[in-house]
Design a protein around this ligand. Structure first.
Ligand code: PEP
Length: 256
């Protein structure tokens, strides 16, 4: 990290396609009650399914916990059945949007160019983009991890990205939802490489940008993961559905 650079960690919960009104609102109210009673050394974000975004944003009004979408369209409006524009997420109360999650890259065949177009739409709408990158197991086993990360970062992150409008999430595909957290040296190497790649395009702004780790983060591995250099928080899937686990991960952030 550059001298004197301080990045406040972000703990972001990706609920994926989980949650109805009753359990989703209950979960978020419980997190808000914990946050109202106790400080944590990090920013908090929940990304519920789009159907819950407005209700959850309303339930969190006045709380420091932000909400975000899980994807957005590159277009602003029009004949795109089933898609959701970034400004619609904003209108529903979102401050962030996750883009290029591996379940979008691999499950829906999204390319770096599409992710960049979505990221540009998010920034234009005034949302913070959380741009996900990460290698598959075959790419890691083939020794291609760093090359894959370079390509994804260069091709997915818009040139007008700043630390104020963009967060990067390193999510090795083989660690997502598998219970298999990447080993600390693997995480440290990937994060340092992502930051060095960002520096090539964005200069010193790269040292202010948060890079989250995502992939089976749980209370048991959070403290060690979050203490690594260049790890500025976590994108949490499965464990974000469990209020106690999500809260324990937030509390595991190192104090600045
Ligand atoms: C994710 O969905 O971004 C994720 C990291 O999932 P999990 O924590 O369940 O591996």
């Amino acid at each position: 990290m550059a001298q004197n650079t301080r990045r406040r960690p972000l703990i972001a919960g990706n609920w994926k396609m989980n949650g109805l009104q009753a359990d989703g609102l209950d979960r978020v109210r419980r997190v808000a009650a914990l946050r109202a009673a106790t400080e944590v050394p990090c920013d908090l974000l929940v990304c519920p399914p789009a159907t819950l975004l407005a209700a959850i944003s309303e339930a969190l009004a006045g709380s420091p916990i932000a909400t975000g979408g899980q994807d957005c369209a590159p277009q602003t409006d029009g004949a795109y059945t089933g898609d959701i524009a970034a400004r619609m997420l904003k209108d529903a109360g979102a401050r962030y949007v996750i883009l290029g999650h591996s379940e979008r890259r691999h499950g829906h065949g999204e390319s770096d160019a599409q992710i960049r177009a979505k990221s540009e739409a998010a920034l234009a709408a005034g949302l913070m983009a959380i741009i996900c990158v990460g290698e598959t197991l075959a790419e890691r086993d083939g020794g291609q991890t760093l090359a894959v990360l370079s390509t994804q970062v260069k091709a997915s992150v818009p040139p007008n990205a700043t630390a104020v409008n963009t967060v990067i999430a390193y999510e090795p595909v083989w660690a997502i939802g598998t219970g298999r957290n990447a080993a600390p040296p693997q995480i440290a190497e990937a994060h340092a490489h992502i930051r060095a790649t960002l520096r090539q395009g964005l200069g010193a702004e790269a040292d202010r940008m948060r890079i989250l780790y995502g992939g089976s983060v749980k209370p048991a591995n959070a403290r060690e993961t979050l203490a690594l250099a260049d790890v500025d928080g976590a994108l949490v899937g499965g464990a974000s559905l469990d209020v106690d686990a999500f809260w324990a991960i937030a509390q595991a952030c190192p104090k600045l």
